[in-house]
Design a protein around this ligand. Structure first.
Ligand code: WT7
Length: 663
């Protein structure tokens, strides 16, 4: 191992015994040709035309891949297309206007069905209204909405007029919203009055108002009325009611604007290793082709399916696999606003049963919760409509894998464990369910045409089953094109460490550790950078630390992830106060409050541990890895390189009690 502290927390058990996909699944699978891996290799990059062929182009592309300006790769150049046309109009033209596009399940048991025609009408009206408001091509529109139908409608309306959207997860704070709007220079905002949270009406508009006050630019705001009389709101200057705004353009249609394949479809902010979130830029052609292809080849989506990705559209998973992938393929996509345990723990299975869901895609953190709650909940429902199950967001170890396989899939559904990232845009590592064996615990091989490798600190490939850094050694169509904050940061973040420009070698650094077995199956070991993956939410340690150090009386802070008994990652914050302040309950409360106010409740520290000093190297660098080992109760190894080794015992005593340390 090249870096004792470098690898993620997760130490997965050896993968389970391989299983073949069930014959009944294979018989009907979209992709079953075993030669596909070789065929893609031999015919690279032209093989990716298979993805582009799933779309309808206004102008055909001339070149599949232009690599002259690597790592600024360009895919399907010369081609033009519109994402909203591909997700709507072409399905109407194919006679599928009455087919259900979105099946919405609200938090309070409400249900709404949008046919492709309904969706087309509302998207067009909103697109017309946005254009009349002054939104032009390439103007970034921020969307700050919970899981209500207006969210995908707004995304598609933006796509229709060539305005990139920047969706900010509704649970993020007003400060997080302001930072993202500021960074994207966004002057348009689509939000709502509020939404229901734990049964209460939660005021989203108040957060929006605070963000707008913090911004220099004037912001034109459109407010969806989600709560009605449960939370009356008043519209101020530059604010419009969504229904009035759209209905003024009733029945109007807007020609979908042909976009260059490389034009930006959207921006998605994600946490990086510094406090400043990264504005990941996704293209129109390559992105849409890649999400459509992976929805087809990995998630096995068919137009007649009812498909459900139980994620939030506020993150990349929902963009790619609730909205763009499934709608491009013309399927029915389920959109669920609620939580898995309300009104009871059988809620998801009730939705699967009632809608006869064919494909279900969720995160390991949810699967672990289902497992904890017990199989009696799924057993109460008919889940026999399910054909395929998916997992995404963190490693799924073999026990929850087997539970999911047995109790949800009745041992008849293959499971695809899909590895990808905000930056990859679409799935890049997974088994192909109609071809490959599954190994519980390992995600699978790199997709055809994709080249994943594991390297050591010097960028040399390591042997089978050895841990190292996961890199992607070939470009792929859905890849991020740049960071909105600048090309330099894009290169610095992803293309410096393992690339060799002199040799024209461009290897994408994923930030994950992994190992690859002799069959090419990849086991993900977790993040190796200063990013914490907590319940599938990606958080930057620096971002949380700066929210903590902004609290009066705090001198320094270090934040790490700790894996608890049920393998959930919790946030531990180590804090030292300045000379004038004794750590007390008030500071602790202020810390938690400020983290929630600056980032959102998802970043709330589970534990705040006060210490007179943080452990540091002689050069003054905080030893975060060491603190991570302490939080996880790991053996610490040599601490002699520390300037203040004695502090480690004090911290352990603080967490585990003095007795535990003396033993
Ligand atoms: C990070 C990306 C794109 C999905 C949602 C998260 C982790 C993702 C897996 C998987 C193990 C996984 C990685 C990755 N991750 N999928 N199947 N097995 N780890 O997107 O917020 O950009 O986070 O999620 O650590 O780097 P994201």
């Amino acid at each position: 191992m090249v870096d004792r502290n470098g690898w993620g927390r997760e130490r997965p058990a050896p993968t389970g015994a391989p299983r073949s996909p069930p014959a009944a699944f294979v018989e009907q699978a979209n992709v079953t040709d075993e030669e596909i891996y070789e065929a893609f290799d031999e015919n690279w990059p032209a093989c990716w035309e298979r993805a582009a062929e799933l779309l309808t182009w206004n102008e055909p592309y001339d070149t599949v891949l232009e690599a002259e300006d690597a790592p600024f790769y360009r895919w399907f150049t010369g081609g033009t297309l519109n994402a909203s046309y591909n997700c709507l109009d072409r399905h109407l033209e194919a006679g599928r206007k009455t087919h259900t596009a979105i099946r919405w399940e609200g938090k309070r048991g409400e249900r709404e069905t949008y046919t492709y025609r309904d969706l087309y009408v509302e998207v067009n009206e909103l697109a017309a209204a946005l254009r009349a408001l002054g939104v032009g091509e390439d103007d970034a529109v921020t969307i700050y909405l919970p899981m209500i139908p207006e969210l995908p409608i707004a995304m598609l309306a933006c796509a229709r007029i060539g305005a990139p959207h920047s969706v900010v997860f509704a649970g993020l704070s007003s400060e997080a919203l302001a930072t993202r709007m500021d960074a994207a220079e966004s002057e348009y905002l689509i939000t709502c009055d509020g939404y229901y949270r734990r049964g209460d009406a939660f005021n989203q508009k108040a957060k929006t108002d605070n963000a707008r006050i913090a911004l220099e630019q004037d912001v034109q705001t459109i407010v969806v009325d989600r709560l009605g009389d449960d939370l009356p709101h008043v519209l101020g200057e530059n604010e419009r009611d969504y229904d009035d705004f759209r209905e003024a353009f009733e029945g109007e249609t807007v020609e979908p604007v042909p976009r260059d394949a490389e034009d930006m479809l959207f921006l998605m902010y994600t946490s990086g290793t510094t406090g400043q979130p990264k504005g990941v830029v996704h293209s129109t052609g390559g992105y849409l082709a890649h999400v459509a292809w992976t929805s087809h080849a990995v998630l096995d989506v068919k137009p007649e399916d009812t498909y459900w990705c139980a994620a939030d559209i506020g993150w990349i998973t929902g963009h790619s696999y609730i909205v763009y992938g499934p709608l491009a393929l013309g399927t029915t996509t389920v959109m669920y606003e609620g939580t898995p345990d309300y009104p009871d723990r059988g809620r998801l299975w009730e939705i699967v049963d009632r809608n006869a869901v064919d494909v279900f895609y969720t995160a390991p953190t949810a699967i672990r919760a289902f497992m904890k709650w017990g199989e009696e909940f799924p057993e109460g429902y008919d889940l026999s409509s399910l054909r395929l199950l998916g997992s995404v967001g963190e490693p799924i170890s073999s026990r929850p894998w087997r539970w999911y396989h047995e109790h949800i899939g009745n041992e008849e559904c293959p499971i695809v464990d899909t590895w990808w990232q905000t930056e990859t845009g679409a799935i890049t590592v997974s088994t192909l369910p109609g071809i490959d064996e599954m190994k519980p615990g390992a995600a699978g091989p790199a997709l055809p045409g994709t080249d994943a490798r594991v390297v050591d600190d010097s960028g040399d490939e390591v042997g089978p089953d050895e841990a190292g850094y996961l890199v992607l050694a070939r470009p792929w169509p859905g890849m991020a094109r740049t960071l909105y904050d600048g090309d330099d940061r894009f290169v610095a973040e992803y293309w410096r460490r393992f690339s060799d420009p002199g040799d024209d070698r461009w290897w994408y650094e994923s930030g994950d550790a992994a190992r690859i077995d002799a069959d090419g199956y990849i086991t993900i070991l977790g993040r190796v950078d200063d990013v914490i993956n907590a319940s599938g939410h990606r958080l930057s340690t620096m971002e949380i630390e700066s929210a903590i150090t902004n609290v009066d009386g705090v001198a320094e802070a270090a934040v790490v992830g700790r894996s608890n008994a049920t393998a959930e990652t919790e946030i531990y914050a180590y804090v030292s106060t300045d000379g004038h302040n004794d750590p007390d309950a008030a500071i602790r409360e202020a810390i938690v409050e400020n983290v929630e106010a600056t980032i959102g409740p998802i970043a709330r520290p589970e534990q705040v541990i006060f210490t007179p000093e943080l452990p540091k190297t002689r050069s003054g660098k905080i030893m975060r890895r060491l603190l991570e080992d302490v939080a996880n109760g790991e053996e610490l190894g040599d601490t002699s390189a520390l300037r203040n080794p004695e502090i480690v015992g004090e911290i352990q005593a603080e967490i585990f009690g003095a007795d535990a340390v003396d033993e």
